[in-house]
Design a protein around this ligand. Structure first.
Ligand code: FAD
Length: 470
């Protein structure tokens, strides 16, 4: 057997706990690390602008980390199957390994690639690296996948198997002749006009940055996670989502950081945190089994929901995107998203409920905006988050649960610290005063009037819901 294996990096930008890389190192003398830029493979869901920004820096980081160990990263662009075939021919590689992804379009593409490479006599193997359980594990009844989270989570706990991460390679030998590589800049991932200042200030991209964030969270914050996770003013969550999405860290590493034995972590904070990882797995499995949910409601009856028409809502949608709805907690969230490429989970739910219910704008519009602007944009989590909030997804909040953004702010941002951070024109107004803000004072402060009356728009949403309820 040739002693060269190709490791195809996709969204697993790490050297530690990387099963495909570990397998290649254990079974071959030399390893060729490859990334193939193939945005068309995701169909309508090619990475958005914020994700591309992150990807650029993730590739830079991976190339540096490989170089530190004597390896290098070959970049290619175009249909992944063709590129891999070509690389095999150029290098004489005996094997191609990768870690699995679960977006339906990617799954189909990978199946085709696997069959074609195997047909050409190349050894091919893929590995579980992004998940604790595969979407086809943990079934119930007659091999049905779970459509409700709570029993799924219970099952995960009862079927828990101790996890153990794989070691990080300390040296890597590449092929004797390195194949040609694209230049990172030629992939054109960075924006023409640099709008990423806020994102740069907030985020450090890469494997070691992800590990530092995890360490900090486990040492300083996890114990208060269960109590503070709904408080955007306290930043009580881990901010690990982009690192998990891009695979700078693995869920196995997260579990080990919480519980070195790899057993299910105990204690309220750690266990609640693992239950959020379970939401991530649940969202992935829904997308895996129901590929249409990126665009269509999982609950069929919502296909006939009387949303407003695009020509009617276009201006309202634009104001929502820009953080100019006149509802402070909504605007704070939308500005945080625009500025830092991220938004706190509680606020994601508030702005999504406001868009779909108070503004009666289809959830797909919100999902697309998030897709373009979030550094953690993830097809499973984003789809699930939007469908859940809009009431049309699996195990969703019932449609009639319309969040009152003022009460949500009172409860989760009691000192209005989060609102003041993102809406400085409202400085000095406490949460009660914010509720009483009249049009004159709004104008004086340069803050927009309310887009809709919260009570009236809530009633309009409930009436619309009556149309499809039967
Ligand atoms: P933590 O609370 O520290 O949670 C740890 C990890 O668990 C997260 O990093 C994430 O991987 C996972 N997680 C947490 N909450 C959820 C959840 N509700 N569903 C699925 N996984 C979860 N998350 C994304 O990663 N990408 C998205 O594109 C995305 N879009 C969303 C859209 C809407 C409308 C809503 C309501 C939620 C969305 N979420 C998304 C889920 C959640 O808001 C983020 O995962 C979370 O805010 C990330 O911050 P964190 O890492 O500090 O989370």
């Amino acid at each position: 057997m040739s002693d060269l294996a190709i490791v195809w990096f996709r969204r697993d930008f790490r050297l530690a706990d990387n099963p495909a890389l570990d397998h290649a190192r254990n079974h071959h003398d030399r390893v060729l690390a490859v990334y193939i830029h193939d945005p068309d493979a995701m169909g309508d869901w090619a990475p958005g602008a914020a994700s591309r920004w992150w990807l650029h820096h993730a590739l830079e980081d991976l190339a540096d980390r490989l170089a530190d160990r004597g390896g290098s990263l070959v970049l290619r662009a175009g249909p992944a199957g063709d590129q891999l075939q070509q690389l095999v021919e150029e290098t004489g590689a005996a094997a191609v390994y990768w870690n699995r992804l679960y977006e339906p379009a990617i799954v189909e593409r990978d199946k085709r690639i696997k069959a074609s490479l195997k047909g050409a006599g190349v050894e091919v193997e893929s590995f579980r690296a992004a998940m604790l359980f595969e979407p086809w594990e943990l079934l119930h009844g007659d091999d049905e996948y779970y459509k409700v989270f709570t029993p799924y989570w219970k099952r995960m706990q009862s079927d828990w198997r101790a996890v153990s991460s794989r070691p990080e390679p300390m040296d890597l030998d590449g092929p004797s002749k390195r194949p040609a590589s694209e230049d990172l800049a030629s992939l054109d991932l960075l924006p023409d006009v640099d709008w990423a200042d806020g994102i740069r200030d907030r985020w450090e991209v890469g494997e070691l940055a992800g590990r530092r964030r995890l360490k900090h969270f486990v040492e300083d914050d996890v114990e208060r996670y269960a109590a503070d996770r709904d408080r955007p003013d306290l930043r009580g969550t881990s901010s690990l989502s982009p690192y998990l999405h891009f695979g700078h860290i693995s869920p196995v590493q997260v579990v080990e950081a919480l519980e070195p034995s790899g057993e299910l972590p105990g204690g309220k904070g750690p266990l609640t945190f693992v239950s959020e990882l379970a939401w991530r797995e649940f969202s992935t499995l829904l997308l895996f089994h129901e590929p249409q949910i990126t665009d269509e409601p999982l609950k069929d009856k919502f296909a006939d929901f009387p949303w407003r028409s695009r020509s009617d809502y276009a201006d309202d949608l634009e104001a929502w995107k820009r953080g100019r709805t006149g509802v402070p907690i909504v605007d704070a969230g939308m500005r945080e998203l625009w500025h830092e490429g991220w938004m706190h989970n509680r606020v994601r739910m508030i702005v999504a409920s406001y868009l779909t219910k108070n503004l009666l704008i289809p959830w797909q519009e919100g999902a697309k905006w998030f897709w373009d602007t979030l550094v953690d944009a993830d097809l499973g989590n984003n789809t699930q988050g939007w469908q859940w909030t809009a009431g049309c997804g699996a195990d969703a909040a019932p449609f009639f649960r319309v969040f009152n953004p003022e009460l949500q702010a009172e409860k989760y941002d009691p000192d209005a610290a989060y609102i003041h951070r993102w809406c400085p024109e409202l400085e000095g107004l406490d949460i009660k005063a914010l509720k009483k803000l009249d049009d004159d004072e709004r104008e004086e402060r340069g803050y927009p009037p309310m887009q809709v009356d919260l009570k009236g728009s809530r009633e309009r949403a409930l009436e619309a819901y009556q149309d499809i309820k039967g």
